[in-house]
Design a binder for this molecule. Structure first.
Ligand code: ATP
Ligand code: MG
Ligand code: FE
Length: 334
């Protein structure tokens, strides 16, 4: 099967052609980061306008690169949610128009299902599996008994990991998005500051990062008041060490308890070099198979949406023309 997939949930306009849920024939991503940078974050109105301007160009390019016509397609898939409602709507409208015009089945995909299924573009999935989802808006441990079945066993109670990275980066005066900058600086620094680890209750797989974020901000403030210098490389390294300790610690416990075959890393923060290395080290000798997507498939892209859509295509789980952008879409019900 051949799926045209569209992703516009946040600040990347993307279209991809995916064959049999695993092979990327094209994956065109147009990032708007430059337009949002001067505001220090994504401005929803600007994001929507960019999507409108880029959408048809990106779709045409994806079709051309893959050398396919609309007649070759099996279905059109699109991110239905979560995300910015105005941004989602652009992709959903484009997908509906194409589905209607070319009489193709329409598939609505949950954005986080997409992040998880990015791993299927690397290696076939085997179940049961556990996915550690770390992105700009989500931090979750997801148990999957089988294809298309998602059960959230733990999630953040406040900030998402990516959000904490971006806020800490902002305090350090780094440009948006700050995650990659902190990652780079952390590699040059050492863990000289003992930031807190938020483990929560002993039996909980939930996360919390707002305390850590405040602790970084307070520590910087105290240094400044005392007129002392602090290397931002060391702040980055110390912050990242705290994040990684908790993520890896909870994941390790869940892998043991749920006896999964595979552990998948997913979401934008999966691009983090420190986290990738820590997981690789932790699970090198374990029974579980660790899957980590290449950097280009970690941050938002349509290829991952096409991979997740393939599961729905096989089950004929098609959407009707009243499909809408749904900012609060529930992964467990998607
Ligand atoms: P969601 O997927 O939850 O809807 P989103 O789509 O906005 O949110 P992604 O695009 O998946 O988020 O990921 C973007 C986030 O990843 C940003 O917070 C960014 O700072 C972070 N990020 C990207 N690269 C790295 C890195 N190397 N280290 C840490 N964080 C990173
Ligand atoms: Mg983004
Ligand atoms: Fe995302």
């Amino acid at each position: 099967e051949l799926i045209l997939a569209i992703e516009t949930s946040c600040d990347e306009t993307s279209a991809a052609i995916i064959k049999n849920g695993r092979e990327i024939l094209s994956n065109v991503v147009s990032s708007q980061i430059e337009s949002h940078k001067r505001f220090g974050g994504v401005v929803p109105e600007i994001a929507s306008r960019h999507h409108v301007e880029q959408m048809t160009i990106i779709i045409e390019q994806a079709m051309k690169e893959a050398d396919v016509t609309f007649e070759n397609l099996s279905a059109v898939a699109v991110t239905e949610g979560p995300g910015l409602v105005g941004a989602l709507l652009i992709g959903v409208s484009a997908a509906k128009a194409i589905a209607f015009a070319h009489d193709l089945p329409l598939i609505g995909v949950h954005h986080i299902a997409g992040h998880i299924y990015a791993n299927q573009l690397v290696q076939p999935l085997s179940f049961p599996l556990l996915a550690l989802v770390v992105s700009g808006g989500h931090t979750e441990l997801v148990y999957m008994k089988e294809d298309g079945s998602f059960s959230i066993i733990g999630e953040t109670r406040d900030d998402a990991v990516g959000e904490a990275y971006d806020k800490v980066a902002r305090t350090l005066g780094l440009p948006y998005p700050g995650g990659p900058h902190i990652d780079r600086l952390a590699a040059e620094g050492s863990e000289t500051i003992d930031f807190p680890r938020s483990w929560l209750e002993a039996d909980s797989y939930d996360f919390s990062f707002s305390g850590l974020k405040s602790s970084v901000i307070n520590t910087l403030h105290n240094y400044k008041q005392r007129g002392e210098e602090v290397k931002i490389e060391d702040v980055a390294a110390s912050f990242q060490a705290s994040v990684i300790d908790v993520l890896v610690g909870k994941t390790k416990k869940a892998v043991r308890e749920f006896e999964v075959k595979q552990l998948l890393l997913a979401g934008g923060v999966a691009a983090n070099k420190g986290l990738r290395a820590a997981l690789e080290k932790e699970f090198a000798t374990a029974d579980v198979d660790l899957l980590i997507p290449p950097l280009s498939l970690c941050t938002d892209n349509a290829a991952m949406i096409g991979a997740a859509a393939s599961v729905k295509w096989k089950k004929s789980e098609f959407a009707s023309y009243d499909l809408n952008g749904n900012p609060g879409l529930d992964l467990e019900k998607a």
